[in-house]
Design a protein around this ligand. Structure first.
Ligand code: THU
Length: 132
C-alpha cells in the first residue's frame, strides 16, 4: 500500500470523528505487514479532558486486535491543517512506546501535503521503560 493510499484510509477514518466541541476532525490509519489497516479518529467528550486523539485510537485499535510493534509498517495521520498535521505531545509519547522506531509516520493535510517522519524526530530524548 502506498503512503497516499494509507492517507486516504486516514481520511475515511476522519469522517467518523466525534468532535462537536473543537470541530477539528482528525483521522489516522495503522498499516501492518499483512496489509491490514486499523483506523482511528478523535472522539471528544463534554468533559474535555476525556477526549481521545485519532492516532492514539488507531494504535490502540491495532493493539486491541493483537497487533504489536513487530507487525506495524506505517502510520498516517491527517487533518484539515495548513501544514501536515502535527501530533500532540501526549500522542508523541504513546507513539514512541507503541510504534516501531524504524518505520515511517506520514503526517498529512487535505491538500495532499505530506511530511514523512519517524518516532525519533517526533519525540527526541523520550521518556521510556528504561527510565523506570
Ligand atoms: N487531536 C487529534 O486527534 N490528534 C492530534 O494530534 C491533535 C489533536 C484532536 C483532539 C481534539 O479532539 C481535537 O483534535 C482538537 O484538539
Amino acid at each position: 500500500m502506498t503512503k497516499e493510499e494509507l492517507i486516504l484510509k486516514a481520511i475515511e477514518a476522519r469522517e467518523l470523528s466525534y468532535s462537536p466541541y473543537s470541530k477539528f476532525k482528525v483521522g489516522a490509519a495503522v498499516l501492518t505487514s499483512d496489509g491490514e489497516v486499523y483506523l482511528g479518529t478523535n472522539i471528544e467528550n463534554a468533559s474535555f479532558g476525556l477526549s481521545m486523539c485519532a492516532e492514539r485510537n488507531a494504535l490502540f485499535n491495532a493493539y486491541c486486535h493483537g497487533i504489536n510493534q513487530e507487525d506495524i509498517e506505517a502510520l498516517a495521520i491527517v487533518a484539515d491543517t495548513v501544514l501536515p498535521v502535527s501530533p500532540c505531545g501526549a500522542c508523541r509519547q504513546v507513539i514512541s512506546e507503541l510504534f516501531p522506531r524504524d518505520k515511517p509516520i506520514y503526517l498529512a493535510n487535505l491538500n495532499c501535503d505530506i511530511k514523512v517522519t519517524n518516532v525519533d524526530e517526533l519525540l527526541p530524548y523520550s521518556f521510556d521503560s528504561s527510565d523506570l
